[in-house]
Design a protein around this ligand. Structure first.
Ligand SMILES: NC(=O)c1ccc[n+]([C@@H]2O[C@H](COP(=O)([O-])OP(=O)(O)OC[C@H]3O[C@@H](n4cnc5c(N)ncnc54)[C@H](OP(=O)(O)O)[C@@H]3O)[C@@H](O)[C@H]2O)c1
Length: 251
């Protein structure tokens, strides 16, 4: 049987790297996607002894880049089993007259549009292989956090878009939404605000949880106590959640 491949975007980022190792260990081939060829090559060299690795240089926020990547892979006749939409950016911005529209646009293009672009391109191949689309969302995909309006717009948007797809494609394609709490990765370096964290997960732990949930064909995965508690609190006690959240986060 030809090797089954998993496509991972943001592959040399914190969670992307951890996912690569977890899926490689389980015998999957990897398509590592990112903007910087030299970093992709480093990851490929590290993983080459474990599995087959293809690298694709692609800015996933750019529709033409995504199409080119898809066509490149088509020529290699890769047998896809899963697309992991993981690449993401973040920033903190209060909404006022100085709100930076270009930053907002780039965030939506990366954290929302790219997920749609790649899902559209790979959907038929994934359906044929009884595969999965795995979308990395966030706690801010279902609960608001001050200063994160753009990030919330994208991550809440994923819920709407892929919620519809889960209904449309039930029984035809597995789509899984992943809601992790804080993870120790570089993305956090761009967040220069005071947040009291009681829980920060390692990327390795989150990646293992994602793989287990994928094997069980879960539709939603809340990773970390904060993720589960926030879901419960915001759903049943929204005013209390907002008060607690504003007390914890200073921007
Ligand atoms: N860390 C957390 O606390 C946390 C919590 C919940 C959810 N998440 C989500 O987890 C996912 C992974 O984030 P992370 O924490 O692993 O962050 P990270 O270490 O900063 O990794 C993000 C990766 O995305 C890539 N990327 C960004 N824009 C891209 C683009 N236009 N095209 C291709 N690749 C692009 C980055 O590559 P470049 O170096 O080229 O920019 C980087 O490799 C994100 O979707 C994030 O929203 C993170």
């Amino acid at each position: 049987m030809p090797r089954e491949y998993v496509i991972i975007t943001g592959a040399y980022g914190g969670l992307g790297k951890a996912l690569s190792y977890v899926f490689a260990k389980q015998g999957y081939g990897l398509v590592l996607v990112g903007r910087k060829e030299e970093l992709l090559k480093i990851e490929k060299d590290k993983l080459a002894q474990q599995t087959d690795v293809i690298i694709e240089v692609c800015d996933v926020s750019n529709w033409e880049h995504c199409q080119t990547m898809y066509n490149n892979l088509k020529q290699k006749a890769v047998n896809y089993k899963a697309l992991i939409n993981n690449a993401g950016i973040t920033h903190i911005q209060k909404f006022d007259k100085d709100f930076d529209i270009e930053q907002y646009q780039q965030l939506i293009k990366t954290n929302l549009n790219a997920y749609v672009y790649l899902s559209k391109l790979f959907i038929e191949d994934l359906q044929q292989n009884k595969g999965s689309i795995i979308n990395i969302s966030s706690v801010i995909g279902y609960a608001p956090v001050i200063g994160r309006a753009s990030y919330a717009a994208a991550k809440f948007g994923l819920n709407g878009f892929f919620g519809v797809l889960q209904a449309e494609l039930k029984g035809k394609l597995h789509i899984m939404m992943v809601y992790p709490t804080f993870i120790e990765t570089k993305i956090r370096e761009s967040i220069k605000v005071s947040i009291q964290h009681h829980e920060i997960l390692t990327a390795d732990k989150v990646a293992k949880r994602i793989h287990t949930a994928y094997k069980k064909k879960k539709e939603k995965v809340y990773i970390g106590n904060t993720a589960r508690l926030t879901y419960f609190l915001y759903r049943y006690f929204p005013k209390l959640y907002i008060n607690l959240m504003k007390r914890k986060i200073k921007i």
